[in-house]
Design a protein around this ligand. Structure first.
Ligand code: PMP
Length: 412
């Protein structure tokens, strides 16, 4: 176990280096996280010592590669408290997981006039697959609103839930507002109507202790790259009944049982979904990321981030002309903070911050329906991870003040 005041930056080669000759504070972890040496080593070790394809060979290299790939699946299952590693399907990303759920499951069960409920705060990857499935099946896409804290408005949700609802698909944490949705409560309401709950956990898996059994989600999706793992590996968790009912979306080698000229049968879950050579090293890298996160402990990660958010919100509120979107209270907030400054274009603000050595994100954050709901074109987003420090927050605040002065002087 690492102690909570460990210098985490020391574990991340990229965070100990200048970027293009200048120091840089990375505050864009909601887009993608940095990688600790332990993950980089796991990837490199596999290629240097054990590279072979999985589930195919009888050779020892292939057998050990298969053991490592399947051990990675078990590590993921344990991390989210899945009943078994069979509940874990490896995909490319959250986006791919959500697309497979929409195409492989929802499109098979939805009928005209059935309803799919999502929220106005979903990432495009939890909007567009449902738009497509709705078009394909004649089902209707229904949007639930937010309360003043940026969470799902449970009263509005209950109004919209009905016997017509077949799928509810919501984020656990908003990638724009940092607000946390009460998933266990939402699951209970959803299941009262016999509907299935899909959870987009892209922003929660890296930051909270996930327990899929307590959350009672039917499906849950997340990406390795936002939680210290490599890009190109994602997770689709499902309860066994829905995974059994779900059709594979891709076809080819590995996923078949028997093939004749005109027909084929599938392997059991989860292999029936993983056509072709999977991202073996991605899975191994993700398992190393989870081992590293477990060394710190998800509780400690939450505590570290909470302190940073508390400090940042308190400091931001002192700056005249700042509008903070989402919860105003740190207790309801994760490490994603969206704001605008004095009606300035967020790209101007983030360019100014970039010149001050601060890496943030500006734009619609792949959530245009949310921008429309908030009545803005875009926002600036600073997002923290446990490797950020109070000094990083202080530098962000100073840089925002510098940018503000620059534009005030420019307008004077
Ligand atoms: N959902 C949410 C809430 C996200 O924040 C993101 C990534 N920004 C995604 C889905 C999509 O993740 P990926 O690009 O890794 O598929």
């Amino acid at each position: 176990m690492k102690d909570p005041i460990h210098n985490y930056k020391a574990d991340f080669p990229i965070l100990n280096k200048d970027f293009q000759g200048e120091p840089r504070i990375y505050l864009d972890s909601a887009a993608t996280s940095q990688k600790p040496q332990m993950v980089i080593d796991a990837i490199s070790d596999f290629y240097c010592t054990n590279n072979a394809n999985v589930h195919r060979g009888v050779g020892r290299m292939s057998q050990v590669a298969t053991e490592k790939y399947e051990a990675a699946r078990q590590t993921v299952a344990d991390f989210i408290n899945a009943p078994s590693s069979r509940n874990v399907v490896f995909t490319r990303s959250t986006t791919e997981s959500l697309n497979w759920i929409a195409t492989g499951y929802a499109a098979q069960v939805l009928k005209p006039d059935d309803e799919i409920i999502i929220s106005v705060a979903e990432h495009h990857s939890n909007v567009i697959p449902w738009q497509q499935v709705a078009k394909q099946t004649g089902a209707k896409l229904v949007f639930v609103n937010l309360d003043t804290n940026g969470q799902i408005d449970l009263a509005d949700f209950q109004k919209k839930l009905s016997a017509k609802t077949k799928i509810v698909s919501l984020n656990h944490i908003s990638n724009v507002l940092g607000s946390i949705n009460p998933i266990a409560k939402i699951a209970q309401l959803t299941h009262q109507f016999g509907a299935k709950l899909v959870v987009d956990a892209a922003q929660s898996a890296p930051h909270l202790k996930l327990d899929v059994q307590k959350l009672d989600a039917d499906f849950l999706a997340f990406s390795g790259h936002k939680m210290l793992g490599p890009t190109g590996i994602g997770v689709l968790y499902g309860k066994m009944d829905v995974l059994e009912a779900m059709q594979p979306v891709q076809f080819g080698g590995e996923m078949i049982d028997e093939v004749s000229q005109q027909t084929a049968t599938w392997q059991p879950v989860p292999i029936k979904f993983e056509a072709g050579t999977p991202n073996i090293v991605g899975a191994i890298g993700l398992a190393a990321a989870i081992d590293y996160l477990n060394q710190i402990g998800m509780d400690n990660i939450e505590k570290i981030e909470h302190k940073l958010v508390k400090q940042c919100l308190a400091e931001l509120k002192q700056i005249d002309g700042i509008t903070i979107y989402g919860p105003q209270n740190a207790d309801q907030h994760t490490g994603v903070i969206s704001f605008n400054l004095m009606g300035l274009h967020p790209h101007d603000v983030s360019t100014g911050l970039d010149l001050e050595g601060i890496e943030v994100r500006a734009g619609h954050h792949c959530a245009q329906p949310l921008m429309q709901y908030l009545g803005v074109e875009s926002t600036v987003r600073a997002s923290f991870y446990f490797y950020n420090t109070p000094a990083d927050v202080q530098k962000l605040i100073e840089a925002i003040k510098t940018v503000k002065e620059f534009f005030e002087d420019g307008f004077a």
